[in-house]
Design a protein around this ligand. Structure first.
Ligand code: FE2
Ligand code: FE2
Length: 265
């Protein structure tokens, strides 16, 4: 199927510019079109010569030094580049879904490529380029491990991207003074990401309704299985952003207090 081949080509493409160009060619399938999930690559495409690290990145609490900030921006760049691959993987897993789901996730993939390119411009102005630091593929590995679209929608938009909202909400006020150029780019990204998480919440509700499962219980079960020991997280919840993005009061209570399944009342 041409759509499946086009999606795999986006994942295999090395740069945000290449991925964006190929995304222009991806036409969403008609409502309910089905296909077999193809074999997925162990690694998404990246430029030749990039080094891969398996060392967990340190959490950077202070960004007052330019060098630390630049490494942080390089790390965010790779998160955005990986997010293109993850949004396309959601499309690959969405055999049988409405065309509107594909339109939403292709739009997210295009946003992520734009985010990566905004960061590339910001880094270039500082004499830096993606690939200057080793990259890791934990996001891809986590997404690849998901069993189905429902798990993917929990793990990627509703857990990982939503954590990005928490980090941004905490960081942006501090960054405004320290680094106005980075603040401007990360503010654009933050607002777009609320939309991505909202799409994730909307399609997760759709998926749960179709499967006949409770969305809040499914969310908790997948997070507990895929991210053991990570609830509550290290950063305070961005409640305003998460509420806008479709989290319920029970979701937020569980994320703040977890990991036991919260009683339903
Ligand atoms: Fe993004
Ligand atoms: Fe995103």
């Amino acid at each position: 199927m041409e759509y499946v081949a086009d999606l795999l080509a986006v994942i295999a493409a090395p740069t945000a510019t290449d991925k964006a160009a190929l995304l222009e060619r991806c036409q969403p399938p008609v409502d309910g079109a089905t296909w077999e999930l193809p074999p997925l690559p162990a690694r998404p495409g990246r430029p030749a010569g990039w080094r891969e690290s398996d060392i967990a990145p340190r959490r950077r609490r202070t960004l007052s030094h330019a060098g630390t900030r630049n490494r942080f921006l390089l790390a965010i760049h790779h998160i955005e580049l990986s997010a293109v691959d993850l949004a396309v993987l959601a499309c690959l897993r969405a055999s049988g879904a409405p065309a509107a789901l594909h339109e939403d996730f292709l739009a997210i993939a295009r946003d992520e490529a734009r985010h990566a390119r905004l960061l590339e411009d910001l880094l270039a102005a500082r004499g830096l380029a993606p690939g200057d630091e080793p990259v890791h593929h934990r996001l891809w590995d986590t997404a690849l491990a998901c069993a189905d679209l429902g798990e993917h929608l929990v793990a990627v938009p509703r857990f990982l991207e939503a954590r990005g909202l928490d980090v941004s909400a905490e960081l942006l006020p501090r960054l405004a003074q320290l680094d106005p150029a980075a603040h401007a780019v990360l503010t654009v990204i933050y607002h777009d990401e609320i939309g991505h998480v909202a799409s994730g919440s909307r399609w997760h509700r759709w998926w749960c309704a179709r499967q006949g499962v409770d969305g809040e219980i499914h969310f908790q079960a997948v997070v507990a299985r895929r991210f053991p020991g990570q609830v509550p997280g290290p950063t305070p919840l961005d409640r305003p952003g998460r509420l806008q993005a479709g989290f319920t009061a029970l979701d937020l209570a569980w994320l703040a207090e977890g990991p036991e399944i919260a009683p339903r009342g």
